[in-house]
Design a protein around this ligand. Structure first.
Ligand code: SF4
Length: 389
């Protein structure tokens, strides 16, 4: 096991992937597919349960680690029968020590939520919901190929509130074809009526081989230019800051105290397990990624194996690099003192030239304690992150 002490190594997060959706959205290249066949879904959940059991059998230390975050992502976890989610939650409680104050999140698509599902998620111990709105305007939702419309979103938010959910995150996208600044502002303004505790605001990334990429390549749709896209980002930023949200990660805003505890693990190199098709994990200083192929996933599990390809133990140089560029995603930056606690030396010893040049370019700032992105650095985040690789 790696001897470098990454913080909170005694706490674990769990990511659980549910790959099924009602239909594939036009921009999506996630590990997900349109499927509502109960036979396939039931077989998948049987394999998922077995994967969790196989993991615990092969990692006897895992069951004594306290789990403080669980995240059901997808795909569309809310598209499957609630009994499947309940069964996985019951298994987690059986094989892991779950902290009393664990953050347990499920992603939901507004078109797939019912009052019964919302109530039973709550009863199963889920206490945070991430709702994929993306845009307030029905024409944009249609262009994205989403299954829901604005009315479905409003209904879903009412159902979640009625079921007692207070910690609700909403996903918003900007930089969309045909989207105007006024649309983006309308989206965040309308959202205020629902009082979300957290917003994830993503700029569209055009992925290869998606329907949207083809529509743009053929000239049927046009993306806003870079200046317009940045204007949308800064308009969202100003609006949310004025309304009591903290910009704590490059794409994430929250009311005070409502950062996503689970996502923070990704940016702080804290261990987490990934279960399910295409899921990734980071455990014992090693990253692993499960196969994306449903049949191989099932075959490996049936053979009593784990469906992940485990990467070699991370070398200290790789760990330091990840610590830097993942940590700099957080708007309150990274502390040299914490780097020293992990790696026994200052980040200046390792990256003096890189840091100096990024400060020179006004992409990073250093106040003697904290190193963080400047506003310009937010616009050129990828350039900053790449400099540490
Ligand atoms: S609902 Fe999410 S995972 Fe499913 S196709 Fe759409 S973007 Fe992809």
């Amino acid at each position: 096991m790696n001897t470098i002490k990454i913080k909170a190594a005694k706490r674990l997060g769990i990511y659980c992937h549910i790959p099924f959706c009602l239909k594939k959205c036009a921009y999506c290249d996630f590990s997900s597919f349109a499927c509502q066949e109960e036979g396939i879904i039931t077989a998948y959940f049987k394999d998922l349960q077995q994967e969790i059991k196989n993991f615990v059998k092969k990692n006897s230390a895992a069951d004594i680690l306290a789990v403080d975050t669980i995240y059901f992502g997808g795909g569309t976890p809310s598209s499957v029968k609630v009994t499947h989610i309940e069964a996985i939650m019951a298994l987690f409680k059986e094989v892991f020590v779950i902290c009393d104050d664990a953050e347990v999140t499920i992603e939901i698509n507004p078109g797939t939520l019912t009052a019964e599902k919302a109530g039973r998620y709550k009863k199963a111990g889920i206490n945070r919901v991430s709702v994929g709105l993306q845009a307030w305007q029905d024409d944009l939702l249609k262009m994205l190929g989403r299954v829901h419309n604005q009315a479905d979103f409003i209904t879903a938010m009412k159902l979640l509130k009625a079921a007692g959910f207070e910690n609700i995150s909403v996903d918003v996208m900007y930089g969309l074809p045909g989207q105007k600044l006024v649309d983006v502002l309308e989206t965040v303004t309308e959202l205020m009526a629902f009082g979300p505790t957290h917003l994830s605001c993503y700029s569209l990334i055009l992925e290869e081989n998606t329907k949207l990429e083809k529509l743009i390549a053929s000239g049927q749709l046009k993306l806003p230019d870079e200046d317009q896209e940045r204007e949308m980002h800064w308009a969202i930023d100003a609006y949310l800051n004025d309304h009591g949200y903290q910009h704590y990660e490059i794409s994430s805003y929250c009311k005070p105290g409502y950062e996503s505890k689970h996502n923070l693990k990704y940016w702080e190199l804290v261990p987490y397990l990934g279960f399910g098709l295409g899921a990734h994990g980071y455990y014992n200083g090693q990253r692993y990624g499960n196969t994306n192929a449903l049949k191989s996933y099932s075959d490996l599990i049936t053979a009593g194996k784990l469906p992940g390809i485990v990467e070699p133990e991370m070398k200290p140089a790789v760990m330091m690099s990840e610590w830097m560029f993942l940590g700099l995603r957080k708007l309150n930056g990274i502390r040299d003192q914490e780097f020293k606690a992990c790696f026994g030396k200052s980040f200046f010893t390792e990256y003096q030239k890189v840091i100096d040049s990024l400060i020179e370019e006004n992409l990073l700032e250093w106040d003697g304690v904290v190193l963080k992105l400047t506003p310009t650095g937010q616009d050129f985040g990828n350039r900053v992150f790449m400099a540490f690789i």
